[in-house]
Design a protein. Structure first.
Length: 282
């Protein structure tokens, strides 16, 4: 133990002679006898918590209170202050799949067959695929649902990428000031809000408040509330991002709302094709 503390060579990059508290080559701290004691472990835990606090809680605060400032600041280079939008989206994605109150992005085969706008057009060839498989209908449904749940975790990133493509094209004239990456970061945060608040927090709050109560709120009410919340959040997220007049911005919002729900169905259709293809060829 003492020999390790007295070592004159960096344990990380083998720089020698190591005469300072930190290695001038890689920056690693030189071990001392104090670093080999158990209390250092407690200090590392506390330090890790507060290091997370600086970035995580600052991001969390702005994510809810001022999302436009969060993404704009990150886009303009303030990277150490915040968690990146892609990491934040992955966190939201993980939470959503751990607590899936509404399975919007893990559409079951039964819903694919009967519950979507394109179901009448796809039902025939889906049933033909089921008939030609070696599985009975029930086993096919079970295997499909398990696989699509796994694949959706990977391919959910498609949705914010598609939406950012739409916002980029709708503001193409400003592409020098707002490159595609800026649109992607905005879209990632919008979809993080969709996952965390609309699909997790809102249904959870609804269940918690009305548990054991005779009050009933139907799916239509939740859908309207979700629509309003998503638009309000989108307003504060994109406020000042599009440098056009009020009339054009209103038209853009209407078109993006319509396009967003079309993208949801497009995503579900793509996931259907990927899942069926995976089951057939792998």
């Amino acid at each position: 133990m003492e020999e390790l503390a007295k070592k004159n060579t960096c344990s990380n990059c083998n720089f020698s002679p190591l005469e300072f508290a930190f290695c001038p080559s890689c920056g690693q701290k030189k071990l001392t006898e104090k670093d080999l004691k158990l209390r250092v472990l407690v200090g590392d835990v506390i330090e890790s918590i507060f290091n997370i606090d600086n970035a995580f809680f600052r991001t969390l605060k702005l994510f809810f209170l001022n999302p436009g400032k969060y993404v704009s600041s990150y886009n303009l280079g303030e990277r150490k202050k915040y968690i990146s939008p892609i990491k934040w989206f992955l966190i939201a994605n993980a939470i959503y799949f751990l607590f899936p109150y509404i399975n919007t992005f893990t559409t079951s085969l039964q819903i694919q067959l009967n519950g979507l706008i394109y179901s009448n057009f796809t039902r025939g060839w889906i049933e033909a695929i089921i008939s030609s498989s070696e599985l009975d209908s029930q086993s096919f449904h079970v295997q499909y649902n398990e696989l699509t749940k796994t694949l959706s975790k990977v391919f959910l990133l498609i949705l914010p990428l598609m939406f950012s493509g739409l916002t980029f094209l709708s503001n193409y004239s400003e592409r020098k000031n707002n490159p595609l990456l800026f649109h992607i970061n905005k879209s990632l945060i919008l979809h993080s809000f969709l996952l965390l608040v609309i699909l997790c927090l809102l249904p959870f709050t609804y269940t918690l408040i009305l548990y054991g109560s005779e009050i009933y709120i139907n799916d239509k009410t939740i859908t309207i509330a979700s629509f309003v919340l998503l638009n309000l959040y989108g307003f504060f997220l994109y406020r000042g991002f599009f440098k056009t007049g009020l009339a054009k911005n209103i038209v853009r919002v209407i078109l993006l709302n319509f396009s967003f729900y079309i993208l949801i169905f497009t995503y579900r259709f793509i996931l259907l094709l990927i899942t069926l293809g995976w089951m057939r060829f792998f």
